[in-house]
Write a protein that binds this ligand. Structure first.
Ligand SMILES: Cc1ncc(COP(=O)(O)O)c(C=O)c1O
Length: 425
């Protein structure tokens, strides 16, 4: 069992006060807070080891290279893969762009890519770039309870997509998708199977070996690590045959004025000076999470979601978006106050009516909660097509992590009932 009140003390920023109250941070799906151990590991690197890697033959540079490669081994073991299969990138977005660019080289006019209706823009836009080559995109539908429609998945797989790319956990709905089963089905059809792990790797045990997938992408900043470092994990045979993404220093073996040959994997995909301090921070974050245990992290967030789903019906007019079964979801809770379709809200707001039949705009919800020092996100959450599918322009979203307590959830709902009283007529 996690004692989130003890954990909270490791996170300096969580002692900040706004409007006279300590912050209740409920926006970890956007970015997580960082424990002191991560911050200190990074400043220790800069104070004692800073130098470029894979270049210098002096001792400081060799130590820095050694540190960088040890962080890779540590992060790789966290998701059960080898260091050679672990490419450092800036974030999930860069990992997915790398894949679209490199795998895109193999695609021809008429080839298909299968995504789902609940993808983040970073798992849509890079694939949409390939439409100019004549590549076609399909999207697996959701059912009425915000789970993927597996019949629709099987149907769309029959069109033999070359690539299937799916989020393991939706950043809007919290839906956890059955990626292991989906990967096996995709492989039966000969598709390359990609998992967007941005919202899963930080929150539940994820093993690259156990998942039937070819690639998984995740971001350090969502898992207690720093911004600017993330990973693309891929099967060695795939990485070896893929076209490089960025060109420059370190990713080459030989260069002439006429051409070049590539360095070994993973360096082939790490052009330029890497984020060494970021890798140190990510490795410290992995140590922190490992110390808690990923099963405990998942159980804790499920406890918070169960409490959330218990309290939600007490707010009159609250509409939530996500599976009704807490066992099928991560620690993300999207909701609106009032169920008015988006276009009508916009029209009424243009007419100067702040409150329409009990509906409160998500930005007003978030701004009101901020007055209580509760930080939630409002907007389209980088999932505009999904918003359209749900017939809303935006939602409010609370997202949890190891430093959130049941008390935080209760305070959220006390504040929401105040919002309702303040706005709704
Ligand atoms: C499901 C999902 N995929 C991808 C991303 C992109 O992550 P990043 O901004 O770290 O690249 C996010 C970020 O919120 C996400 O939630």
């Amino acid at each position: 069992m996690i004692d989130s009140n003890v954990i909270k003390k490791d996170f300096p920023v969580l002692s900040r006060k706004f409007h006279g109250k300590e912050i209740i941070y409920l926006d970890s799906a956007a970015t997580s807070q960082k424990p002191r151990s991560v911050i200190e590991a990074m400043s220790n690197y800069y104070e004692n080891y800073n130098s470029n890697v894979h270049r210098g033959i002096y001792q400081l540079s060799e130590e820095s290279t050694d540190i960088y490669e040890k962080t890779r081994e540590n992060v790789a073991s966290f998701v059960s893969c080898s260091a050679r299969e672990t490419v450092y990138v800036r974030n999930t977005t860069e990992a997915l762009n790398l894949l679209a660019y490199s795998l895109g080289h193999r695609l021809r006019r008429g080839d298909r890519i299968l995504l789902t209706e609940m993808e983040h823009h970073s798992n849509i836009i890079p694939w949409q770039f390939l439409k100019s080559k004549g590549v076609e995109l399909d999207y697996v539908k959701m059912d009425a309870d915000f789970n993927l429609d597996m019949e629709d998945y099987s149907e769309k797989l029959k069109k033999n997509p070359k690539i299937v790319s799916v989020t393991q956990c939706s950043n809007v709905l919290g839906t956890i998708n059955p990626v292991k089963e989906m990967g096996s089905l995709a492989h039966e059809r000969g598709s390359v199977f990609i998992v967007d792990g941005a919202q899963s790797v930080p929150h539940m045990p994820v093993s690259f070996r156990d998942l039937d997938c070819d690639f998984i992408a995740f971001s350090g900043h969502k898992m207690l690590g720093p911004m600017g470092i993330g990973c693309l994990v891929g099967k060695l045979e795939e990485l070896k045959t893929m076209h490089p993404f960025l060109g420059g220093g370190d990713m080459i073996r030989e260069v002439s004025y006429e051409g070049a040959t590539w360095n070994d994997v993973p360096y082939k995909f790490e052009a330029g000076t890497p984020n060494v301090a970021g890798s140190v921070g990510l490795s410290a974050a992995v140590d922190y999470l490992r110390n808690i245990g990923m099963d405990s992290v998942m159980d804790h967030e499920r406890l918070l979601i169960r409490e959330t789903l218990k309290l939600a019906p007490e707010i009159e007019g609250l509409v939530s978006f996500g599976p009704s079964d807490p066992e099928k979801r991560g620690g993300v809770f999207s909701f609106n106050i009032g169920s008015m379709p988006a276009f009508r809200i916009e029209r009424e707001l243009e007419a100067g009516n702040m409150v329409v039949s009990g509906s409160v705009h998500p930005h007003d919800v978030a701004a009101s909660l901020d007055q209580q020092s509760i930080a939630i996100r409002s907007g389209h959450h980088c999932a505009m097509p999904l918003m359209g599918r749900m017939d809303v322009a935006a939602t409010s979203r609370a997202s949890y992590y190891v430093y959130n307590s049941i008390e935080d959830v209760k305070n959220l709902f006390i504040a929401l009932s105040d919002v309702k009283r303040l706005f709704a007529r």
